[in-house]
Design a protein around this ligand. Structure first.
Ligand SMILES: Nc1ncnc2c1ncn2[C@@H]1O[C@H](COP(=O)(O)OP(=O)(O)O)[C@@H](O)[C@H]1O
Ligand SMILES: [Mg+2]
Length: 250
């Protein structure tokens, strides 16, 4: 049984169709990359999974259970964790306090358990050295890591990463990819939306391309990037094509 299953999900904002009949499964422990042009509906799809966005139709199943009626907090307790495209740490709190709050309110842990969980998440996101700094003083890479640490502190079985590598340098991207892989190695399923395609190609089991509210391609990363339908949606756009064919988009 798949850990996550989207079954014919539909969503529109006014006239804009952001998801039309989207069906998708993610197996336990899998690392799935998601690409697609701006406005394709990627972040909205995460919202539909995490409970931040209510779909107009279709079902969301987590671990075999329909979760449509559950809010974001309840889904978080079930094991669905996410990061946000624009990092939004709580200001006026240290890095540690931000992560502790996630362990307490996201995972529902108390006392010693919450402290241990927060410390573990900080370590995995490589933030121990800045744990006592005010969160608002962090640079971009560390803010992205803090997003991950907060999500990890909620003890996810499914982790949704929304463009955590954007704006980072190559070595920083490599560092972040290493963290993602170590999280997967612990058995957490990950869905990673990312414009930095080379980061995905380096580590995903599978790549999904979303465009125009639907799934354009789904499969092995190189095959998906070489798919003419995928090339088509990126014409004139900014996809990075490190490993595929010669017909680079204009
Ligand atoms: N809360 C909202 N209300 C109205 N329109 C929205 C809302 N959220 C997203 N949209 C629109 O839905 C489309 C898809 O957005 P999004 O899911 O953020 O795409 P992506 O993450 O692929 O760039 C865009 O046209 C965006 O403007
Ligand atoms: Mg987005």
């Amino acid at each position: 049984m798949a850990l996550l299953q989207l079954d014919a999900v539909g969503k529109r904002f006014g006239q804009v169709v952001v998801a039309e009949n989207v069906s998708l499964t993610v197996e336990a422990g899998a690392l799935v990359g998601v690409v697609g042009p701006n406005g394709a509906g990627k972040t909205t799809l995460f919202g539909i999974v995490s409970g931040d966005v209510r779909p107009d139709k279709g079902r969301v199943l987590f671990d075999g259970r329909v979760v449509n009626r559950l809010g974001a907090a309840a889904r978080c307790r079930l094991g669905i964790g996410r990061t946000y495209q624009v990092p939004r740490p709580f200001g006026g709190m240290t890095v540690y306090e931000n992560v502790l709050l996630a362990a307490q309110h996201g995972a529902g842990l108390r006392g010693r358990d919450s402290l241990d969980r927060a410390a573990d998440a900080l370590e995995r996101a490589q933030l121990v050295a800045v744990a006592n700094r005010p969160a608002e003083t962090l640079g971009l890479l560390q803010r992205k890591r803090l997003e991950m640490a907060r999500a990890l502190a909620t003890r996810p079985r499914l982790l949704l990463l929304d463009e955590v590598a954007g704006g980072l340098t190559d070595p920083e991207v490599a560092e972040l990819t290493g963290i993602v892989q170590s999280v997967q190695a612990e058995g957490v399923a990950i869905v990673w939306i990312e414009h930095v395609v080379r980061a995905l190609v380096a580590c995903v089991d599978r790549l999904v391309c979303l465009a125009g509210g639907g799934i354009v391609a789904d499969g092995e990363a190189h095959a998906v990037l070489a798919d003419p339908a995928v090339r088509e949606v990126y014409l004139g756009a900014d996809i990075e094509t490190p490993t595929v064919g010669s017909e680079a988009p204009a």
